[in-house]
Write a protein that binds this ligand. Structure first.
Ligand code: 8X3
Length: 258
């Protein structure tokens, strides 16, 4: 019997940096064959090379999760694997911190497209295979922003609420089938790109998000929670895991040592 039949496959979206990249590394180390997807192929290729050099197994597929035709083609390409066991919906992000009074509807639309429709696209496309695995897991990386609002956050908060609702509803709808639906909601995480993207490349403003915060979460911290939740026994469904740095008591209560 071929040994490949024992290999379990995990797909990670937004795997080019931050939480997605860290999760891909950790799931690979946990024994999964990881399929890295992101728009930037050079980045995921470099990460796949690193994972392979470490003795683990990885493949890449350049993908924009908002492009449904591309997502469907990607899903079809996964039939080369014996099973598709885990999907980590990580692709997404924030744009701007404008108040409701002046926020750009285009930003709101983009955030909804990436955080909600992107998650919907990939989840719908992979769900038949994940269900057929007989022991599948869908992870949604939401955010503490999906659970409480804050000034300047409405567009992102609305989108992350959408992602949370998708996860909660899917769990209800799939009950009785062999698929777990796990939501991980991180608070303040310092990654190379999240805040810089939010502030459209303004690295000084991005740095201020973390100013004086003794120890924001790292991408690895969050990846550990994802990997822990995914590797629980099949009957254990971590519905929701909220993770914040010790210095953050709520979305609006952050301790800065200045
Ligand atoms: C990121 C957390 O506080 O920037 O998902 O909304 S926050």
């Amino acid at each position: 019997m071929s040994t490949t039949t024992a290999i379990r496959t995990a797909v990670v979206t937004g795997a080019s940096s931050g939480i997605g990249a860290a999760t891909a590394r950790q799931l690979a180390a946990a024994g999964y064959h990881v399929v890295l997807t992101a728009r930037r192929k050079d980045r995921i290729e470099a990460l796949a090379a690193e994972i392979t050099a470490a003795g683990h197994s990885a493949a890449v597929h350049a993908l924009d999760v908002t492009d449904r035709a591309a997502v469907d083609a990607f899903a079809a390409s996964l039939d080369r694997y014996p099973s598709v066991d885990v999907l980590v919906n990580n692709a997404g992000g924030a744009l701007g911190v404008d108040p409701v009074a002046t926020g750009d509807p285009a930003d709101w639309r983009t955030m909804y497209e990436t955080n909600v429709i992107g998650t919907l696209n990939v989840t719908q496309a992979l769900l038949p295979a994940i269900t057929a695995s007989g022991d599948g897991t869908v992870v949604v990386l939401s955010s503490t922003a999906g659970h409480a609002t804050y000034e300047g956050g409405a567009g992102y908060v609305a989108a992350k609420n959408g992602a949370r609702v998708l996860a909660e509803t899917l769990r209800l709808e799939l009950v009785g089938r062999p698929v777990r639906v796990i939501e991980i909601a991180p608070g303040l995480v310092k990654t190379e790109e999240f805040a810089t993207t939010r502030f459209r490349g303004d690295t000084e403003r991005a740095a201020k998000v973390y100013e004086g915060v003794a120890a924001p979460l790292t991408a690895d911290d969050v990846a550990e929670t994802v990997t822990w939740a995914v590797t629980r026994p099949s009957h254990v469904n971590i519905d929701l895991l909220v993770v914040r740095p010790r210095a953050q008591a709520s979305n609006t209560k952050l301790h800065r040592e200045l």
